[in-house]
Design a protein around this ligand. Structure first.
Ligand code: COA
Length: 331
């Protein structure tokens, strides 16, 4: 059975930089509060009219160039997002159209902050059974257009950024290389701890003037509850993956945790006993870009030469749903 290798990485973030000081002009917050609680210094937000598909196309083009393959070798697209360009048909088909890849399957999946890990799990299974050989796996979000920029929404608005990361996955027979295993979970008992109530198909209409006035279209979160679960589930998922492979945390060359909050990443790092140079964080510059955080961080880590052939890469995520998961990849 072939394994799944990551043969190319790429990312795209909007040019517009929004600093904590910018946010403090629109809501009652401060650079100090945001840095101290989250580690975030700035984030990128799209200009009006930018689409997720457009950002995804740029990230995919970089990933394909790094892989050294043409777009027409791609057999399928798997795209994680909680902020699709349109409620339906999502974002993946628009990306497919931009890449000129008519006919290949496009799967948009949710799983929020765990979207990339869920997507990797699905794409890896397709590749291992031989259904597809080359897959574009994408995480893309436009969060900024859905945030409440008044003081009412400050707990959420300061956290999120826009951007896209993409990887090219391809079947490989090279001994020891590729995805070793993926481990994904969910617990819907906590669905409303981090969610957007509207638009909702349960409502009639999908969204009402009352909903808008009450701000039900904005994401809401019980921050402390999310924090508590994240710092438990993420190390647990890493250990699950290591145990499945008969490895220990000492074997990890690079950990890329989902970028939700620098404090969460630091606690995960501490619980795993990893030195600073074995964990990659970039939330300081991008905030939480949800499904895009891991592939953006991975693309940056590759650019910086942080991964060498044979290294053990671990990715781990936790997010709305709750959903969480991990994967081990031999680079
Ligand atoms: N600026 C200034 N003050 C803010 C603020 C902001 N942006 N957001 C909230 N506050 C205030 C609160 O109103 C509260 O004030 P009060 O004590 O007068 O009521 C105070 O700060 C503390 O709020 P709290 O929510 O208890 O802060 P916290 O220490 O839990 O930190 C988070 C908040 C969001 C940073 C933290 O809970 C967190 O990171 N949670 C996980 C978030 C996450 O990962 N989400 C994505 C999931 S993948």
């Amino acid at each position: 059975m072939p394994r799944t290798a990551i043969i190319g990485t790429g990312f795209h973030v909007p040019e517009r930089v929004v600093t904590n000081h910018d946010l403090a002009q629109w809501m009652d917050t401060s650079d100090e509060w945001i840095r101290e609680r989250t580690g975030i210094e700035e984030r990128r937000w799209v200009e009006d009219g930018t689409t997720g598909a457009e950002m995804a196309r740029r990230a995919c083009e970089s990933a394909l160039a790094q892989a050294g393959i043409d777009a027409d070798e791609v057999d399928a697209i798997v795209l994680g997002t909680l902020s699709p360009d349109h409620f339906f048909p999502g974002t993946g088909v628009f990306l497919q159209r931009e890449l000129g890849l008519d006919g290949i399957p496009c799967l948009d999946l949710r799983a929020q902050c765990t979207g990339f890990v869920y997507g990797l799990s699905v794409a890896d299974a397709w590749i291992r059974v031989g259904q597809y050989r080359t897959i574009l796996l994408v995480g893309v979000e436009i969060q900024s257009t859905g945030l409440d920029l008044s003081t009412r929404g400050r707990d959420m608005a300061v956290l999120f950024g826009d951007g896209c990361g993409a990887v090219v996955l391809q079947a490989t027979d090279e001994a020891g290389r590729g995805v070793l295993s993926t481990h994904i979970h969910a617990d819907g008992r906590h669905a409303e701890v981090l969610w957007a109530d509207a638009p909702s198909s349960v409502g009639h209409p999908l969204i009402s003037v009352d909903d808008l006035e009450a701000g039900r279209q904005y994401p809401r979160m019980e921050g402390r509850e999310v924090f508590k679960h994240a710092v438990t589930r993420m190390p647990e998922a890493v250990h699950e993956a290591l145990d499945a492979q008969g490895l220990t945390a000492d074997d990890i060359d690079l950990l890329i945790p989902h970028q939700a909050n620098l404090r969460i990443s630091q606690m995960v790092q501490k619980r795993l006993g990893l030195a600073d140079d074995r964990v990659y964080n970039n939330i300081q510059r991008y905030g939480n870009t949800t499904a895009a955080t891991i592939p953006i961080a991975l693309a940056e880590a590759v650019e910086q030469g942080r991964l060498r052939r044979g290294d053990l890469l671990c990715v781990v995520a936790f997010g709305s749903g709750f959903t969480w998961g991990s994967a081990l990849i031999r680079w």
